[in-house]
Write a protein that binds this ligand. Structure first.
Ligand code: GLU
Length: 171
């Protein structure tokens, strides 16, 4: 079946939240069940806002005072795990946040491996396996980390990625 939905990323001088929400609204025609954004805060942390529902529902839980100039956004069409706030993207831990469209065919195997390394999982998504694998592979160099991670995942996917230690950069 065809996977639609959408991904947007922005880094620059504008208020990222406005760019991301406007961009997600323009992708609505593609169909989706949930939406979310992640952005860098001045503190150097990554903040997430995500919800089941429409972009207007996401807008309602966003922070008007958020002046971040870098972030990623997602509309989800659930394939693994019901539409829910927890299963909505962005997905990650404190160190890496990702958005994903598509399907990770070998996520069960990856998840088992990561659990054996001590990782906990909170969503039912295939996506969370990629987020945790990026964290596991993280060596301080984003490109190197992504190349080594992609080598281990199978399926069809587009990803948007942010690493906390690499402020205002999106991959
Ligand atoms: N497979 C992922 C999920 O179910 C992404 C679905 C999509 O393409 O939006 O969360």
């Amino acid at each position: 079946r065809q996977i639609m939905c959408g991904i947007i990323g922005f880094t620059g001088k504008l208020k990222a939240q406005d760019v991301l929400l406007t961009g997600l609204a323009s992708l609505e025609y593609r169909g989706y069940d949930s939406a979310g954004i992640a952005y860098f805060k001045d503190t150097g942390k990554i903040s997430l806002r995500k919800t089941v529902g429409k972009v207007k529902d996401l807008r309602a839980i966003c922070d008007d005072d958020n002046n971040s100039t870098c972030g990623i956004g997602h509309t989800r069409w659930a394939t693994h795990g019901e539409p829910s706030d927890i299963n909505s993207h962005p997905i990650g831990n404190g160190r890496v946040s990702i958005v994903h469209n598509g399907i990770i065919e070998n996520y069960r195997k990856l998840k088992e491996f990561l659990i054996s390394k001590g990782y906990g999982f909170e969503s039912q998504t295939d996506t969370e396996a990629v987020a945790k694998l990026l964290d596991y592979n993280y060596d301080g160099d984003p490109i190197d980390t992504i190349i080594r991670t992609i080598a281990d995942i199978e399926g069809a996917y587009s990803l948007g990625i942010m690493f906390r230690e690499h402020k205002n950069r999106i991959f």
